[in-house]
Design a protein around this ligand. Structure first.
Ligand code: ADP
Ligand code: MG
Length: 273
């Protein structure tokens, strides 16, 4: 009998690294788009006042009426701030510079670390995945994202001090887990802007693999990934054949397989009798 497979619960990923320019936003945008392209309804939430994830999926800053700021301070419901994108099944909650003020406004609120969790978790049931793009710091916005998330994805550029920053981030994640969010785990580290021609890259990659779970999917340095945002498109709409777009599609596949198993994807055909 074809008993309906129960819908798996929504999984919320925070894409975090306190270092700027390591590929957080590129990863959040392209992973979210790749999950949506695999027919999983996905919500991208821009948690960085820079708003790069928003513009990366084609939201024009001036057209934004409600943003994650309004959701965080309780002025708008999640659904009111959600916008469609050009990728079917991918929606976005944009961010604007207003979000800088949220950090200040919330500083004395007793629930300041839980605002995002309380604003989104009860309302994301229709999505298979939520991807939170964090700002380049370990301040209140990243704390909110880590408290709201089930899993952390850490983009890492293979460069000299990468491991030191990683140790600090992991300590922060441990602290968030013990104080705010018991179920928080690290999904994995994704090597970004990877240039396999340098020996430093290999040294850093090997060392990281010795300490942490690193995804098999590796994101190469690829100019298409840096061009796509200026067209307001994820790489898979800009140049799907590019190594960058393919890297993020592989990352999404790896994540889907680790959660659903190769044979148990929700959209798999029913087994033959
Ligand atoms: P973060 O969000 O961590 O600050 P971004 O994702 O914005 O980092 O990336 C920083 C810069 O590097 C951006 O200009 C982006 O387009 C570029 N970039 C990111 N990943 C790649 C890549 N794999 N290849 C080439 N350029 C990249
Ligand atoms: Mg960013």
């Amino acid at each position: 009998q074809a008993a309906a497979t129960p819908k798996p619960p929504t999984l919320i990923f925070a894409v975090a690294n306190q270092k700027g320019g390591v590929g957080k936003t590129t990863t959040a945008v392209n992973l979210a788009a790749s999950l949506a392209a695999a027919e999983h309804r996905t919500l991208l939430v821009d948690c960085d006042p820079q708003g790069n994830a928003s513009s990366g999926v084609g939201v024009r800053p001036r057209s934004i009426e409600l943003s994650i700021y309004d959701v965080l301070i309780g002025r708008a419901a999640l659904s009111q701030a959600t916008l469609p994108t050009e990728v079917p099944l991918l929606e976005v909650i944009p961010a604007t510079q207003d979000l800088v003020a949220a950090e200040l406004e919330l500083v004395d609120a007793p629930d300041r670390a839980n605002r995002l969790r309380d604003a989104i978790r009860p309302h994301v049931g229709d999505y298979a995945f939520v991807v939170l793009d964090c700002p380049p710091s370990l301040g209140l916005l990243t704390l909110n994202a880590l408290t709201a998330a089930h899993r952390v994805i850490v983009p890492l550029q293979c460069e000299y001090f990468a491991l030191e920053g990683l140790t600090h981030l992991m300590a922060t994640i441990d602290r968030v887990r013990s104080v705010f969010n018991q179920e928080l785990t690290v999904e994995g580290i994704v090597l970004t802007m990877y240039d396999g021609r340098t020996s430093l890259t290999h040294q850093v990659a090997d060392e990281v693999k010795g300490h942490f779970r690193v995804f098999n999917a590796i994101i190469p340095r690829n100019v298409r990934l840096s061009e796509a945002p200026s067209h307001g498109k994820p790489a898979l709409l800009y140049d799907v054949q590019s190594k960058g777009a393919q890297g993020y599609l592989s990352l999404a596949r790896e994540i889907l397989e680790s959660h659903y198993g190769p044979m148990k994807r929700p959209r798999a055909k029913p087994a033959a009798k």
